[in-house]
Design a protein around this ligand. Structure first.
Ligand SMILES: [Zn+2]
Length: 282
């Protein structure tokens, strides 16, 4: 079932056991717009089936928030204009060249081009894929694009992100809602989980430029402004004390700066920023 955020905004909750991210739906008077196309044809079909029950204007646009497979592999299921930023378009090209038969999939996994989890999802939720080819996006923008769905403006914006270099957020001004995709998360490089430290403050600035009250995240579903502010505060406090690859120094500095030990979240973030220094130094 879709969650109803307002009269014009709905979302399908993320489902962690199947690696399914949050999918969004924004409805204007004329058209509807979908945010992320799902991690497989089955995920997309499940979403479309729920949309059909709502009696909303037809889905004319699909926006992909970034080029991670779990957000775009269901793309072919939508009879709609697919919109990406130029960096996402570049990154998706590799996946458009892929074949999706079992042998090819196993090859990609063996060559670290694809995770084992991704292969498993494809094998389970994308039947009839021996001749499957991902279609190409239809509209490519550089920095920002505004879409009017009929008395419903959506602002698409490429932002700086600690997660990927190709993050698009979707802001709906008259509802004060923003879809963040995975932009506010960290990422894993060479088995190390890290947040790109140099991009943390620029990212927060890019997101806070909009006066959002509700935030939809790729693998959490929904956060209100207060929850988001706590997240930014903890991330920022953690980042401020990490100046090298030393976890010990960072923890000491945190105590000096804050007169207390970090909480569990802050400790997790401090480690992730230390990992970022380790990756930068490699
Ligand atoms: Zn992602």
């Amino acid at each position: 079932m879709l969650n109803k955020l307002s009269n014009t905004i709905y979302y399908l909750s993320n489902q962690d056991d199947k690696d399914r991210p949050t999918l969004g739906l924004v409805c204007g008077d004329q058209y509807s717009l979908v945010i992320d196309s799902g991690n497989s044809t089955q995920h997309a079909k499940d979403f479309l089936q729920e949309i059909e029950k709502l009696n909303v204007p037809p889905v004319k646009y699909v926006v992909l928030t970034h080029a991670h497979w779990d957000h775009f592999l269901g793309m072919n299921e939508f009879d709609a204009t697919v919109i990406v930023n130029s960096q996402t378009n570049e990154m998706i090209k590799e996946w458009r060249s892929y074949s999706y038969d079992d042998r090819s999939l196993q090859n990609y996994v063996d060559n670290n081009q694809m995770s084992a989890m991704c292969m498993k999802i494809i094998q389970t939720d994308m039947p009839n894929r021996n001749s499957f080819k991902m279609k190409s996006p239809d509209v490519i923008f550089d920095n920002t694009l505004t879409i009017d769905l009929g008395n419903k403006i959506c602002i698409l914006e490429r932002i700086k992100s600690t997660h990927t270099n190709d993050s698009t957020i979707i802001y709906i001004p008259d509802e004060n809602v923003v879809f963040l995709g995975d932009s506010a998360y960290g990422t894993t490089t060479n088995s190390l989980f890290h947040y790109k430290q140099s991009l943390l403050l620029p990212m927060i600035k890019d997101i806070q430029k909009h006066d959002a009250e509700m935030f939809l995240l790729g693998h959490e579903s929904i956060c209100d402004r207060n929850e988001m502010n706590i997240y930014w505060k903890e991330l920022t406090a953690a980042s401020q004390v990490v100046k090298s690859t030393s976890l010990e120094n960072a923890l000491e500095l945190f105590k000096v700066d804050n007169n207390r030990d970090p909480n569990d979240n802050e400790f997790f973030f401090i480690k992730a920023f230390v990992n970022d220094h380790i990756i930068q130094s490699q």
